[in-house]
Design a binder for this molecule. Sequence first.
Ligand code: TIU
Length: 220
Amino acid sequence: MAEIKAEPFPLRLDRDAVALIVIDMQRDFTEEGGFGASLGNDVARVAKIVPDVKRLIEGFRAAGLPVIHTMECHRPDLSDLPRAKRERGSPRLRIGDEGPMGRVLIAGEPGTAILPELAPLKGETVIEKPGKGAFYATPLDYILKERRIVQLVFAGVTTEVCVQTTMREANDRGYECLLVEEATESYFPEFKAATMAMIRAQGAIVGWTAHLADVLKGIA
Ligand code: TIU
């Protein structure tokens, strides 16, 4: 057990029952020519967290704790892409269209890949997810329960979309969730701030938030 300095109060982490979940650190959300940019977002904002996400991943690896990666992506035949998701908004490129980094958000395409600096190591679990939440239509809950993991530390993008959705899904399934402030980012600074605040409000109604240095100190 290690006590992590966190908000709204410290969290005791059980080394035998914790995993890091790195959400969607894919080129499609962090580089020009990808899905995030096609929606009109400034992707450089979220790309800035890569060094801190790397430090967090390396801290978990060094401590011998599991690291799980997720990727938002769809099958090449689009059979797992709801029409409502494909047709939403007016992006320059829709999911499945051919873009400068291959077909947008399609499994196996260059733009869909996790950033090379944060690439999963052999043996680390990678969850391909068709939704914003990582529990919807994936084996994540089964995998965590098999490994008796009950505490989840979260990093990744974007804070209020895939990260928050997954944290809420996890919270309802009984996991204790902690979001690392420097290791998550949004295209909208005000949405990140609001998400951090609403997660820890009301006595950690969704979970805890903590700073990277405190998490690294706690797991070392
Ligand atoms: N658009 C946006 O903020 N996010 C996504 O579409 N996916 C993720 O957050 N991964």
